[in-house]
Ligand binder design. Sequence first.
Ligand SMILES: Cc1cc2nc3c(=O)[nH]c(=O)nc-3n(C[C@H](O)[C@H](O)[C@H](O)COP(=O)(O)O)c2cc1C
Length: 172
Amino acid sequence: MLEFLYPLRTYLIVAGDLEKPNPMTADWVVPVSFKPALLGVAIGHGRYTKKLIDEQKDFVVAVPTIELLKDVWTAGTVSGSNKNKKELMSVTFIPSKKVKAPSIKECSANIECKVVKSVDTGDHTFYVGEIVNVTESDAFVDGKADIENYKFIMHASFGARFTTTSSEIIKP
Ligand SMILES: Cc1cc2nc3c(=O)[nH]c(=O)nc-3n(C[C@H](O)[C@H](O)[C@H](O)COP(=O)(O)O)c2cc1C
């Protein structure tokens, strides 16, 4: 029934450390507070990412553009519990400023979060992360996404169907 919420934007959740980073693809990412700045992400109980976040209590939400779709698919279909995704992907992991989980150089923003709360929600855990630092590329101008020049990834529906944000701006 959750398929009726789609299309949704797609992100990479990076857990672990610079030596052994583990990126996982996630659609279920949502802002939940301005002050303090909080976001939430729902992570399935079987994910290796859940184990890493439970141990380290931090993660990075990396914002990919469409050029990274192949890597996004790999991060979302391979588990770090039996494969080193770093070796399968072409992205560069770089140190974050305020958390141990690394950032991704090629992503248009890296949102560094420390876990402040986690709620069991059936077969997922909803982690609330306080945003402690953000680094961004020129895909954002004054905090606004430059959708004329950059194509952010949207998951059109469950499965291998993606689209991008368009540059059409419609005012209400
Ligand atoms: C486009 C896409 C979106 C996904 N969104 C989520 C999500 O929001 N939460 C989640 O737990 N898994 C999500 N997944 C599944 C995980 O990314 C996938 O199970 C991954 O292999 C888990 O990796 P890990 O075991 O290394 O943590 C998504 C997969 C894809 C392809």
